[in-house]
Design a protein around this ligand. Structure first.
Ligand SMILES: Nc1ncnc2c1ncn2[C@@H]1O[C@H](COP(=O)(O)OP(=O)(O)O)[C@@H](O)[C@H]1O
Ligand SMILES: [Mg+2]
Length: 243
């Protein structure tokens, strides 16, 4: 099986060298857990260290997060963007009254994403975050259906994909079991990774990774001057994650 190394220091050795090519991975965590940095670093390292083009799709309200992160880690994305190794796209739906209108917009966005993937021959894709779809689709049933369809359609791009999801407070008590906002994200994903921030400790847990003998432990990580760094030998106890 071909694997896609994330390039995030310490992470790939937890998952036998990388994510199975073409898989979709859910990255769940509370606010500030490091989801955006993790996802961004995956695209950045892909472009920088493996010469693999990547598309980063953000659904968050501004591009500020992204630029701030880039600046604070001194990642030079300009050069990578100029070389077509990296692309950032902001997905923005408008509020619509009917389910059909939303569906049409999503269709349009899927077509744009597919076109962008083709234009740089992207191998890596990020959707940050799927939780944000909830802003436009208030009905839970419709939302879950949409996320399911959306994630499945993304698989047609052939990209190895990270989907981020924010774990809401009520689900965060259920450490190690709940990784997403709407509960459907886990089911479309071939892998699930949880990020936790229990001040002052950060930790990471691989809940599932198809076709992979992954680490079953919780590992410490840091956000340092170059981004996320996982300490694979540094295991934590579950109790340390409770907030
Ligand atoms: N340069 C940095 N050095 C150390 N920690 C940082 C740095 N930049 C951001 N952070 C930490 O990362 C957090 C944001 O991470 P982010 O990936 O945006 O979280 P999420 O997407 O899970 O909400 C900040 O709240 C801060 O704690
Ligand atoms: Mg984020």
């Amino acid at each position: 099986m071909k694997r896609v190394p994330t390039g995030i220091p310490g992470f790939d050795e937890l998952i036998e060298g990388g994510i199975p090519e073409g898989a979709s991975i859910l990255v769940g965590g509370g606010p500030g857990a490091g989801k955006t940095i993790f996802a961004m670093q995956y695209i950045y390292e892909g472009a920088r260290s493996y010469n693999e083009p990547g598309l980063y799709v953000t659904l968050e309200t501004g591009l500020k997060d992204i630029t701030w992160n880039m600046q604070s880690f001194s990642w030079d994305i300009k050069t990578l963007q100029d070389k077509n190794l990296m692309k950032i796209y902001r997905l923005n739906l408008t509020h619509s009254r009917s389910a059909e209108e939303i569906e049409q917009q999503i269709e349009k966005e899927l077509a744009i994403i597919t076109k962008m993937v083709d234009s740089i021959d992207a191998k890596r894709l990020v959707i940050d975050s799927v939780t944000a779809f909830g802003v436009w689709i208030p009905k839970r049933g419709a939302l879950r259906h949409m996320i399911f369809e959306f994630a499945n359609r993304l698989k047609e791009t052939g990209c190895t994909t990270l989907l981020t999801s924010e774990i809401p407070k009520e689900n965060r008590d259920n450490i190690g079991y709940k990784f997403s906002a709407y509960g459907v994200e886990e089911f479309v994903a071939d892998g699930v990774v949880g990020l936790y921030f229990t001040p002052p400790n950060r930790s990471i847990f691989v809940r599932k990774m198809r076709g992979t003998n992954h680490s079953k432990s919780v590992h410490a990580f840091d956000i340092a001057e170059n981004g996320i760094e996982i300490h694979p030998k540094d295991e934590m106890l579950w109790g340390a994650l409770r907030q």
